[in-house]
Design a protein around this ligand. Structure first.
Ligand code: GDP
Ligand code: ZN
Length: 351
């Protein structure tokens, strides 16, 4: 089994290399971005970038079919999720224009500069599980980042086939009280997967959460043909491929470093329409480009209180007549959320 997998992976790599050298030959060995001659191209249509490669991109057309496309030099910043206009052609199509992004998720590149890796995200599904035990603080981080980008967040409790402790129930309750929807699922038994699929239908979503909570397993459950959808990540999505997949360590190996893409994000198409964008960068997307005010506003229950502290520059850290501390005292804000806020701000200041 493992051998066969490797072979498929090799084939894909070879194909990518062939594509690339063919593209370079088409273009006299130079950059592909200027594209092939315009003659013989179909009429303009809309599409979404599924995978961005160095010199080309896979575009999902209106019918759901994927076509490899060149793009104009001025479109060099294309990433998965970008909505584009494109024209089909042989052997490749051409992307002619890109719509402004409504939002994007960034990750630091290897020089520490933030780069967008996924565009136009509607919904973030924060995945947690009884094991590994959830860190409330990490959930808050994801929520703040998603609020700041105007994305909807839902919580997904995976592994509901396992015992749910009282602590976990309380934690879930606290987020339900903040009106974040909660879905209870199991990638293993299939429980709740239909509901999760319905909640992502016709949307562009991402799954985030600690390593080991079951994100890969959920993608495989939601998108049974994920491994056949072209792209750099598809062969690495099967948890069963890792002999140590039951241990925490095993998960690191789902994604090999040094893929052929600049961003290595991939939009997986959901059977009912819409898609999920996945990449290692998305899973660990950071917060350190936010301002403290954005962080405070990312805590939904703080919003009506902001601006009501005695001091305009209140740090909500022991100052007199602080509206947030007062709210904690009367039980309107959970102390853990304020503590999360402080730890996030402290981390921002450290950068
Ligand atoms: P990821 O790191 O978040 O992508 O997590 P994986 O999808 O690799 O899953 C981590 C481990 O949890 C694997 O051993 C999976 O088989 C297991 N797992 C995933 N979903 C479930 C589930 O619903 N129930 C149980 N019991 N185990 C699961
Ligand atoms: Zn305050």
């Amino acid at each position: 089994m493992a051998k066969r997998k490797l072979t498929l992976q090799q084939q894909r790599r070879i194909r990518l290399q062939q594509d690339r050298s063919r593209a370079q030959a088409d273009n006299g060995g130079g950059r592909v971005a200027s594209g092939p001659p315009e003659s013989g191209l179909g009429s303009e249509q809309t599409g979404v970038v599924a995978v961005r490669y160095a010199d080309s991109a896979d575009v999902v057309g209106p019918e759901g079919a994927v076509r490899r496309c060149h793009f104009r030099a001025n479109l060099d910043s294309l990433i998965a999720g970008d909505r584009v206009a494109w024209r089909d052609g042989e052997p490749w199509g051409v992307i002619t224009a890109v719509q402004p992004r409504k939002n994007h998720l960034d990750r630091p590149d290897n020089r520490g500069k933030l780069r967008p890796v996924a565009a136009n995200i509607d919904r973030i599904a924060i995945v947690l599980a009884p094991q590994p035990q959830p860190h409330a603080n990490l959930i808050d981080r994801y929520l703040v980042a998603s609020e700041a980008q105007g994305m909807e967040s839902i919580l997904v409790l995976n592994k509901c086939d396992m015992k749910v402790t009282q602590d976990l129930e309380q934690l879930l309750d606290a987020y339900a009280q903040l009106d974040y929807p909660l879905l209870i699922v199991s990638a293993k038994t299939g429980a709740g997967i239909t509901q999760l699929a319905a909640s992502l239908k016709h949307k562009t979503g991402v799954l985030v959460g600690q390593s080991g909570v079951g994100k890969s397993s959920l993608i495989n459950a939601l998108i049974p043909d994920a491994h056949t959808q072209t792209g750099p990540l598809s062969t690495k999505l099967t948890p069963a491929a890792s002999p140590s997949s039951d241990s925490q360590q095993g998960h690191v190996h789902h994604f090999a470093k040094g893929t052929h893409t600049t961003s290595s994000s991939q939009l997986f198409r959901l059977p009912g329409g819409g898609g999920l964008i996945d990449s290692p960068g998305i899973r660990e997307f950071g917060l350190w480009h936010l301002h403290a005010e954005q962080v405070a506003a990312g805590f939904v229950e703080f919003r009506p209180l902001l601006g009501h502290c005695k001091f305009r520059d209140c740090q909500h850290d022991g100052e007199p007549e602080c509206a947030l501390i007062a709210a904690v005292k009367v039980g309107a804000v959970r102390a853990e959320r304020l503590a999360s806020y402080h730890s996030i701000v402290a981390e921002l200041n450290a950068h």
